[in-house]
Design a protein. Structure first.
Length: 407
């Protein structure tokens, strides 16, 4: 089965084509046929965070070029094969809020034939609603004219499956900051086999949650952040230290220098909710504590900044690891998985690896670092399994939902 994945939930516009077979993690194999990603980070950087309407506009501008690239790379771009599509008259209504996208898509449809694809998987949520809508409307338009069914994918399930992917992915394959086609990895990829219960720690710019799965593709959230997401805290703390957006990698880099240079501990930060008897998190107090320290030390030296970054990363890791391990013990998790943009963090990965190794026979799954942040492969993967179960969305009622929950 060939699946087209589309992701626009935040500031990454991405399109991916996979060819997959199998029924579950045991016998699943897939190949990435085409993968194109455009990161908007440089555009949002001056604002210190993602500006939803700007994100929406950029998605609308980039979806058709990325689709063209991904199809071309897959050998599925059928040039000169004009075809008569149904629903032509409905397109302007569907894309009324995205005139530039409508124009580009109309041109695209006049130029290229219907590709051999079995389903279109699109992120329906959670995320920034204006951004999500662009992807959803694009998917609906393609579904309408090509007569190909749509699968509505939960972005968080995408992060879960991405962390199970066992694939030698060439880092050239996903490009950041530029629009570029990925090279075609003709290797067969698989998913790790998972022993249940599975506990997933999902940490990103918008989410921090612990999710329990007692069986494949079933999810129960057992804890979440009560305020800021951990990635958001990384981004805000970075800004306080005068570092560019996105701040996660910047903080991580400073903290690593502090470790490497053996900078002595100058600052101390709290570990919010670490001892509380629940699986919830809170990062807003930690962020405020950093703010107070930064205000009290307006002329911080470079070493002090490194130490503050290290202490912040340590505090975040302490809380994430302690709560994850406690939940893993309580629920008898056989597998612990970490996913989402913050799971690219080397230090957090290392701390989780040490903790799970110390806890006995818990298997730890982490995503390939370059696939930890948003991409469309993570959407195509659950798209395949949902398509297999024929969980297709109704074109007329499909909605973007910024608060979509895993269930
Ligand atoms: O999953 P993602 O790409 O987008 C959302 O769904 O939110 O996550 C983006 C977040 C940003 O907050 C970014 O700062 C953070 O992931 N991030 C990191 C690292 N790389 C990305 N945080 C800490 N350390 C990193 N190395
Ligand atoms: Zn994400």
């Amino acid at each position: 089965m060939k699946i087209l994945g589309i992701e626009t939930s935040c500031d990454e516009t991405a399109v991916c084509l996979i060819k997959a077979s199998g029924t579950g993690p045991e016998d699943f194999t897939y190949k990435v046929l085409g993968n194109a990603l455009y990161s908007q980070v440089a555009i949002h950087a001056p604002y210190g965070g993602v500006f939803p309407n700007l994100a929406k506009r950029e998605h609308a501008k980039n979806l058709v070029p990325l689709l063209t690239q991904a199809l071309q790379q897959s050998g599925l771009l059928l040039e000169g094969l004009t075809f008569q599509y149904s629903g032509r008259s409905d397109l302007p209504t569907l894309l009324v809020r995205e005139p530039e996208l409508l124009e580009q898509l109309t041109e695209f449809l006049a130029q290229y034939g219907k590709p051999d694809i079995d389903a279109i998987a699109v992120t329906a949520g959670p995320g920034l609603e204006p951004a999500l809508w662009v992807g959803v409307n694009f998917a609906r338009a393609l579904s309408l004219v090509w007569d190909i069914p749509i699968v509505a994918v939960n972005h968080m399930e995408g992060h879960v499956m991405m962390s199970m992917a066992q694939c030698e992915v060439d880092s050239e394959q996903l490009t950041v900051d530029r629009r570029e086609i990925a090279s075609n990895p003709s290797v067969n990829c698989k998913l790790s086999t998972v022993d249940f219960p599975l506990l997933s720690l999902l940490i990103s710019g918008g989410h921090t949650e612990l999710v329990l799965s007692t069986e494949w593709m079933k999810y129960q959230r057992i804890g979440e952040t009560r305020d800021d997401a951990v990635g958001e805290a990384f981004d805000k703390v970075a800004r306080m230290l005068g570092l560019p957006y996105p701040g996660g990698p910047e903080i991580s880099r400073l903290a690593a220098s502090a470790h490497a240079e053996g900078i002595t501990e100058v600052f101390a930060l709290p570990r919010p909710m670490i001892g509380e008897d629940n699986y919830d998190f809170s990062f807003s107090g930690l962020k405020t504590a950093v703010k107070r320290l930064a205000e009290a030390h307006p002329d911080m030296s470079d070493d002090e900044k490194k130490d503050l970054a290290r202490e912040f990363e340590d505090a975040a890791a302490d809380v994430l690891v302690a709560k994850t391990l406690r939940a893993a013990e309580e629920y008898g998790a056989q597998t612990v998985l970490v996913g989402g943009g913050v799971s690219a963090n080397t230090y957090i990965r290392q701390r989780l690896a040490e903790a799970t190794a110390g806890a006995g026979h818990i298997q730890l799954l982490v995503p390939p670092p370059e696939l930890a942040t948003d991409n469309a492969l993570m959407i195509a993967l659950p798209g395949y399994f949902r398509a297999l179960k024929k969980e297709f969305a109704d074109l007329t009622t499909l909605r973007a939902n910024g608060n979509l929950r895993l269930s």
